[in-house]
Design a protein around this ligand. Structure first.
Ligand SMILES: Cc1cc2nc3c(=O)[nH]c(=O)nc-3n(C[C@H](O)[C@H](O)[C@H](O)COP(=O)(O)OP(=O)(O)OC[C@H]3O[C@@H](n4cnc5c(N)ncnc54)[C@H](O)[C@@H]3O)c2cc1C
Length: 434
């Protein structure tokens, strides 16, 4: 996501020649919820080593990255978390938070929907850069791949299929060591500048190999608890549109949490079925987040030591109470928990299928499965010094972009900030290198 958005913005300025080096295939052209077909090599194959890292974690390696599977939720980092960012970035991000949704809302009408019933209960609109098919069964979200494909066809951006191994200097330029899909080593470049955008974890692996040293750093991901709710028949929050679209959300700043609500099609007996789903920022201190160790070996290795602190666990209990309170508010009756402790999403689905009206089945997503991993090489961080313009101090001319560079993620889903960061960096690089 971050790399193609950056390439598009740089190429649009015409005086910069841009090459994108992507390890995955270019076979998938559409979102996985729009084109559900199988595309060879497009499956999630590389999982992160480390106990506790959820089975869904890892990279979707394909041109377009996870912009072809995310759900388009577009929220900016909230003010208390944004305060941890350098002041230049607060201005840059807030500008793009305003203009990006405006620019995209013509093509993605879900950015501007409004729902009176949900708003009447105090829920805010969830902006989703998403569009549905005419029969509403398919959904796709904004992806920079569409524009990148057009720029590549016009010859403005060159897209090369290869895995980046490391970058190293030659004079004042940068050479990129790569491996092609057959495993043959090669080189690309020389380039005036390189930007690493291979995800928060992938970037640390590339930095470790480029710096030729072990890098031990912190890593964080959102925590997620929720409840599937059954209510008696009644007026829905919104007209039913698609399972992946939210009806609204409730910010809970004192718990660094956003609680999202969606309503599914009613059960055969008319009961209302909802998902109330909380996205929780982990303890923002270094002590409260996981560690990532990247080794500078010929074969990339990343070891993750997952960490969910006691404070986080206590916060999750509080969040669960808020989920229950919100369910009761929506149903206008107290809801009863079908089990005290949260189970898996599948267990919650099975429980709510036979539950009585006004009941909730709690679930908890495995840590690391949410794929909002971030803050591994933050601006101003300790393990790798990254400057305000996202340049790596030890590798002048090499920049990083994406959620790994976030000083703090807050409770917001990262995509809008990822896109805003890439656009801001494009402006910086254009000023420097054109
Ligand atoms: C199911 C799902 C739903 C989501 N929904 C939302 C949402 O609604 N809103 C939101 O804000 N976020 C959402 N996210 C999270 C969001 O998709 C990610 O935060 C975002 O895609 C991360 O962007 P990125 O550029 O860091 O990584 P990616 O999008 O994963 O891109 C990294 C790219 O680098 C390539 N690559 C990796 N290693 C190498 C290498 N060595 N050489 C060359 N190329 C390499 C990969 O193949 C990939 O194309 C969702 C994620 C998932 C999985």
């Amino acid at each position: 996501m971050s790399g193609l958005e950056l390439a598009n913005e740089l190429a649009a300025r015409e005086t910069v020649r841009v090459e994108v080096i992507e390890r995955g295939p270019a076979t998938r052209k559409e979102h996985v919820l729009w084109d559900g077909g199988t595309h060879l090599g497009d499956e999630k194959t590389r999982r992160w080593a480390g106990e506790g890292w959820g089975p869904g974690g890892g990279l979707s390696e394909r041109l377009g990255g996870r912009s072809l599977c995310y759900h388009g939720v577009f929220l900016g980092v909230e003010a208390p978390a944004l305060a941890a960012w350098p002041v230049e970035w607060i201005d840059r991000l807030e500008g793009h938070y305003r203009t990006l949704p405006q620019e995209l809302e013509g093509s993605f009408p879900e950015l501007r929907q409004r729902f009176r019933v949900a708003e009447g209960l105090g829920l805010r609109h969830v902006p989703q850069a998403a569009v549905l098919s005419a029969d509403r069964t398919l959904m796709k979200a904004y992806t920079p791949l569409t524009r990148a494909t057009a720029l590549a066809e016009a010859g403005t951006v060159e897209i090369v299929r290869a895995a980046v191994v490391r970058v190293h200097p030659r004079g004042r330029s940068w050479i990129v060591d790569v491996t092609d899909p057959e495993g043959t080593p090669g080189q690309r470049g020389p380039f005036d500048a390189c930007v690493l955008t291979s995800s928060a974890i992938g970037n640390v692996q590339l930095l470790s190999r480029s710096l030729d040293r072990e890098v031990e750093t912190n890593l964080t991901d959102h925590l997620c608890v929720g409840g599937l709710v059954r209510l008696p028949p009644g007026r829905p929050l919104t007209e039913y549109r698609n399972r992946k679209l939210w009806a609204g959300y409730l910010p809970v700043p004192e718990l660094n949490t956003n609680i999202f609500v969606r309503e599914f099609e009613p059960a055969p007996n008319g009961d209302r079925l909802l998902d109330i789903h909380a996205v929780v920022e982990q303890d923002a201190s270094d002590e409260g987040s996981s560690t990532l160790l990247a080794l500078p070996r010929s074969r990339p290795e990343a070891h993750i030591t997952p960490m969910v602190s006691e404070e986080d666990e206590a916060k999750l209990v509080e969040v669960r109470h808020r989920v229950s309170a919100l369910a009761s508010l929506i149903g206008q009756e107290p809801v009863r928990a079908l089990a005290e402790s949260p189970g898996t999403l599948d267990q919650a689905r099975a429980a709510i299928a036979t539950g009585a009206p006004n009941s909730v089945a709690y679930y908890r997503m495995p840590y690391g499965e949410y794929e909002h991993e971030s803050s591994t090489h933050p601006i101003g961080g300790k393990a790798i010094e990254v400057g305000t313009d996202l340049e790596v101090a030890e590798l002048p001319g090499v920049h990083v972009a994406g959620p790994g560079a976030f000083p703090r993620m807050g409770a917001a889903n990262p995509a809008l900030t990822i896109l805003a960061m890439s656009r801001s960096l494009a402006a910086v690089l254009h000023g420097r290198y054109s």
